[in-house]
Design a protein around this ligand. Sequence first.
Ligand code: PMV
Length: 354
Amino acid sequence: MVKKIRASVPAKVILFGEHFVVYGKRALATAINRRLAVEVSSREKEGYHVKIENIPTFGLEMDLEHKKEGNIKALPYKDYDAVTKATAYVKESIVYLEERYGIGGEGVEIEIKSEIPLSAGLGSSAATCVATIAALKEYFGVSGDLEGIRNDAHHVEKAVQGAASPVDTAISTYGGYVLVEKGEVKRLHLPELDLIVGCIGSIPLSMDTKKASEMGLKTKRIVEEVKVRKESFKEIFDSIFDASDAITAQALNAIENCDFVKLGALMNINHGLLDAIGVVPRRLSELVKMSQGSGALGAKVTGAGGLDEMGSVGSVLVLPGESVDRIKATMEIAGAFVMDVKTGEEGLKVANTY
Ligand code: PMV
């Protein structure tokens, strides 16, 4: 029987504190019940063959062959780095594991199936890193624990993006809820929430290929823009950042006490702060306003946010209260890909079939 390893991980949403967490403020994130799976098996031909399918609005298949003595970076695909976000993370995972643990030397088939929209702030990059690393480590018999996988994945994410907080890789690995404070990751047990996520996931037809490929590094660009604004308006931004920290602290309390009215109000305030630091493009702003107007207890951008010139691609998180159907219909009319999600999903699962 063919040896096959399957690693699957959850998507994430940041409930509170995105962007502010980059500067040491608290952020609360949770895993949601949308998963990405990586299957690793052998193939006769040397090199890596990667097949990515089922990612909403996106799919591709390509050969990632490389010469044994050569560097995997010197691939025949000139635009390899720019092809997609997903392949950049797969490639970097392979390079990292080959250098760190000496894996490789045989033909490997990597198949990725995902329910996580790309570039939408739902942790698809971290999910790709964690699942690829976990599956390849298991396949090549590299021993280690969850902590090791999380560290490897965080390293790879930083190598691709230049900077990344540990939030996404922690959630993909551990699942559940995670609080990040001053770079430290703390796992929390909190009650499950029913939420709605609305994604603006389509790339406008007017967008050129260069811009479309830059989409994979959207988070990096937005984080850099926030940094520039923060330097220009230091005192004002310091107060906004402190306010976000206080919101996260109160939100933790509201979730523990199942106080959904307070939780929703805190989401709305958090959204206002994200708008203030300039990460809310028009279409995501509309989604938030329309959800709030349709009876949501709270709504906010989740993740990095978006840019108008990149078609507002990104996601909005909604605490619906009683008006679930009305809110979903409104969001769909506004052009969003809408998902019902539950928080606290299980983390990394690795299955071994021979
Ligand atoms: O949109 P995402 O999933 O890449 O989330 C980014 C969250 C930020 O706080 C903006 C950056 C980070 O590394 O925490």
